[in-house]
Ligand binder design. Sequence first.
Ligand code: DC
Length: 223
Amino acid sequence: MTVIALDGPAGSGKSTVAKHLSQQLKFEYIDSGAIYRSLTFYGLQYLGAGCQGKEEEIANWFSENPDQIKITYEDHTQIMWLKGSDISRQIRSPEVTREVRFVSDSPACREIVNQKMRDLAEKYDVVIDGRDIGTKVFPETRYKFYLDGKPEIRVARRAKEMNIPLQGEAFDQLLKGLLDRDASDMAREIAPLCQAEDAVLVDTSALTVDEVVETIRKHLGSS
Ligand code: DC
């Protein structure tokens, strides 16, 4: 099946663009970050506060209970299920956002997530957003895009989503969190965030969502 890989840092517009693109192309949209978040949510919910040091336990539980995590689609939107409950909202909590890096730094957890994505890509044509999709998970795909943008613009997008004013302490904290996450995603030993050599770079700073989608579709049409 066809895989379109959209990698890039937080706030680069990947998930919004991936949703629009998948709807237009009638592909499914795989939000790989949401799968990392779901493993993190499991750790926090069932293994006590904090995920640091619990990565192996988390990975073992998911490899022994692969059916307890499910991914379904409703109008090309990904729904995450854990033990039969829809956790799509809970995985966006600040606590999950803070702890997810322990899970995403773990080779065992990465293998669980990558296998889920490979299973889905055998069944569906997919647009996948993440950090290492074009470099590590589907290096063979012809369709790779790296979305990037100025940090202050990326953080302003996040602030708008979260109804946070574009100035003040909450905004500064959000900016710090975003820069920290960029740094930890890029410095990770395993599957760090980086642009694949054969990926098309799209700077989304000055572009609307429609313009980014249009740019990608032009490349798809010409490749
Ligand atoms: O895109 P997001 O914020 O939902 O991703 C959550 C975290 O998961 C993020 O800090 C980086 C990590 N991640 C990753 O390491 N590899 C991916 N393919 C996707 C996300």
